[in-house]
Design a protein around this ligand. Structure first.
Ligand code: C2E
Ligand code: CA
Ligand code: CA
Length: 606
């Protein structure tokens, strides 16, 4: 308790001991010689001191000792006043101050008035009324000063608290205070048998606004969006039946907002709120003479059915928001069982990836790349596989995106690179691989990862492999939101010696003139365009044509992937596409099999 009042621990211990002994002596003296009741009360105080001493030694923060001590002191002092008159009343002053240290000021005020009244009444018995009146004035002034001082502190604390609970930019709640409030409101809603709706709102393509118009405009959009949200749930101009609705709105992160509305009675009510939110968010923004629209995606989760805790509800509303974001026709999505299953699947995949990394359950397969005319093997694309049953079931198409979202992809990519270097060293020593190009897929997330260059260099230091023998494939779509940092990472990879290729080319709608600014060597035409070759409509195959022309214009090499028929191969030969890959020529195979393929390919060609 004494520590709590601001003293250091050694001093607090000394004070406990110093107080304990005289109280004990004085208490025993009263029990045997004078007022027994007072003696027992003093011993009770000593007992509380023992507990408080223990708490101080063990650093326990037990408020109850503090309050217990103050309470028992009150009674003791009242009794002291009764027997000792004026001398006892003087004890009231420190007592009053200690009240204001240990209780909320309103409670302290109440206690002080009652305690002082009792003391004064007791004093009236033994001293002059005039003296009591004078002391009363002194006591009242003490109470008054303590109370106003304490109220002031209280107010200051509150405004500090408000600041800590607010988002500095928009003035609405921040994530921390929103979470606390949500937790309380869910518990209350569950208790009352009502529902709470959580809306998770994310502005679409906000990065573009920041990039195109600058951060000041970006900040203004966030401020206006938060104000629009506040207005869309404000209780005025609302039907009376919804008057008990309460809402809290927070900026949850960057351009993400969370809005919780309590007292939900029907889905209809949720839909109405949703309409109001969308209507206000979809209005045009007019900032600095600019007029533009900012889209948004909203995920909705309802307490009870979609989650019991704040954490669960937020996670589910966020997942629903993601689904809404990937749907171009709909701006909102209610959380449902499908999404719930997706989350479960995602979690199990994530766990399986962690296991696979730890237990070394990954391995590589190799997909030969052929020179289109001669069909000689000129390179190989490395693809990831796993013996882990879950990862096997879903395949890289499904588990790589999960690895990207969870950040596990960084470990995977480095593992793949190191494993490939081992193979390259092996094949180079056999004397068959020097001219082979090894193509490694790296995740788009690597383009935002500043450590990648150092990490890769460290791996290369362990092997005698030239970076020129490696081509890194990044998907074209990963460059859609390209910024200077990404270009810088690509340039660093390039100047280290790697070749770079744009994978799944044609799916990302890269502006042709942009190609010149990317430090890439190769375009890999997406399988879907190769698949179209041979379809009746003439325009279908034109994409491959266009890309091939484009590639020659920018002096890039071109690989067609996913060749599955002779007809496709013939077509690609006719338009002078440089390289081909696909099941028609070879499926991805294990290392030994690949070495055999390479040997037969050599003899066939000789
Ligand atoms: P991708 O880079 O576009 O790889 C080509 C995918 O198409 C491979 O699927 C391959 O087996 C398949 N494919 C190739 N030729 C044909 C064909 O003629 N017909 C058909 N139907 N399919 C063909 P896979 O191995 O399932 O890989 C899927 C994706 O997973 C890859 O697409 C790549 O984006 C990613 N991925 C695979 N391995 C790695 C890796 O080691 N690291 C990273 N970061 N991503 C990887
Ligand atoms: Ca690839
Ligand atoms: Ca591809």
């Amino acid at each position: 308790m004494i520590v709590k009042l601001g003293f250091s621990k050694p001093l607090a211990i000394a004070m406990h001991i110093a107080a304990f002994v005289p109280i004990l002596v004085y208490g025993l003296h009263h029990i045997f010689n004078e007022v027994a009741l007072l003696g027992w009360l003093l011993l009770a105080n000593d007992l509380i001191l023992v507990f408080s001493f223990h708490a101080t030694l063990k650093d326990l923060d037990l408020d109850i000792y503090l309050k217990g001590f103050v309470m028992s002191m009150t009674v003791t002092i009242a009794v002291v006043c009764y027997y000792l008159g004026l001398r006892g009343v003087l004890f009231v002053f420190p007592l009053l101050t200690s009240y204001f240290y240990s209780f909320e000021y309103k409670t302290a005020l109440l206690f002080s008035v009652i305690a002082s009244a009792i003391c004064m009444l007791a004093a009236l018995n033994s001293i002059e009324p005039e003296m009591v009146a004078r002391i009363s004035v002194g006591v009242s002034l003490t109470i008054f000063f303590n109370a106003s001082f304490s109220a002031l502190l209280h107010k200051q604390n509150r405004s500090l608290q408000v600041e800590a609970d607010q988002d500095f930019l928009t003035g609405i709640s921040n994530r921390r205070s929103f979470n606390a409030c949500l937790q309380r409101e869910i518990a209350q809603a569950n208790k009352d048998g009502r529902f709470l709706a959580l809306f998770y709102i994310d502005l679409d393509d906000f990065k573009r606004i920041n990039d195109n118009y600058g951060h000041t405009v970006g900040d203004e959009v966030l401020k206006q969006a938060s104000q629009r949200l506040v207005n869309s749930v404000r209780s005025t101009d609302r039907m009376t039946s919804m008057d008990d609705e309460k809402s809290d709105i927070a900026r949850y992160a960057g351009d993400e907002f969370a809005l919780a509305v309590t007292h939900i009675n029907s889905i209809d009510q949720v839909n109405k709120i949703l309409d109001r939110i969308l209507e206000s968010l979809n209005k045009l923004y007019e900032i600095d003479n600019l007029v533009f629209k900012v889209g948004s995606s909203i995920g909705v989760a309802i307490s009870g059915s979609d989650g019991q805790s704040a954490e669960e509800l937020l996670k589910n509303a966020d997942a629903a928001m993601f689904v809404a974001k990937s749907n171009v026709n709909k701006q909102y999505q209610f959380f449902n069982e499908d999404i719930s299953n997706q989350i479960i699947v995602k979690q199990s995949i994530e766990k399986a990836i962690e296991d696979a990394l730890e237990k070394e359950e990954f391995f590589l397969v190799f997909m030969p790349m052929y020179e289109t005319n001669s069909l000689s093997i000129c390179g190989v694309e490395v693809l990831l596989r796993s013996t882990n049953p879950i990862l096997q079931k879903y395949g890289p198409d499904k588990f790589i995106p999960v690895a990207e979202q969870s950040g596990l992809i960084f470990d995977i990519d480095l593992w793949v690179i190191e494993s490939v270097l081992k193979k390259i060293e092996e094949i180079n020593q056999m004397g068959t691989g020097e001219k082979l190009l090894f193509c490694i897929n790296i995740s788009a997330s690597e383009l935002g990862n500043e450590r990648i260059i150092d990490d890769i260099k460290k791996i290369f230091e362990k092997y005698t492999v030239a970076p020129e023998q490696v081509e890194l494939e990044v998907t074209e779509t990963s460059l859609i939101n390209i910024d200077e940092k990404t270009i810088d990472i690509l340039n660093q990879l390039k100047s280290y010696g790697f070749r770079l290729s744009l994978d799944d080319f044609g799916t990302g709608y890269t502006a042709f003139n942009q190609l010149a600014s990317y430090p890439v060597d190769t375009l890999k035409v997406d399988r879907s365009f190769v698949n179209m070759i041979g379809n009746s409509s003439d325009s279908n195959s034109s994409m491959v044509n266009v890309v091939t022309l484009l590639a020659s214009l920018y002096e890039l090499e071109i690989v067609a992937e996913g060749v599955e028929t002779q007809e496709q191969l013939n077509y690609l030969r006719a338009i002078s596409c440089h390289y081909v890959q696909g099941y028609f020529l070879s499926k991805p195979v294990e290392w030994q099999h690949f070495l055999e393929l390479l040997a037969t390919n050599k003899t066939l060609l000789n």
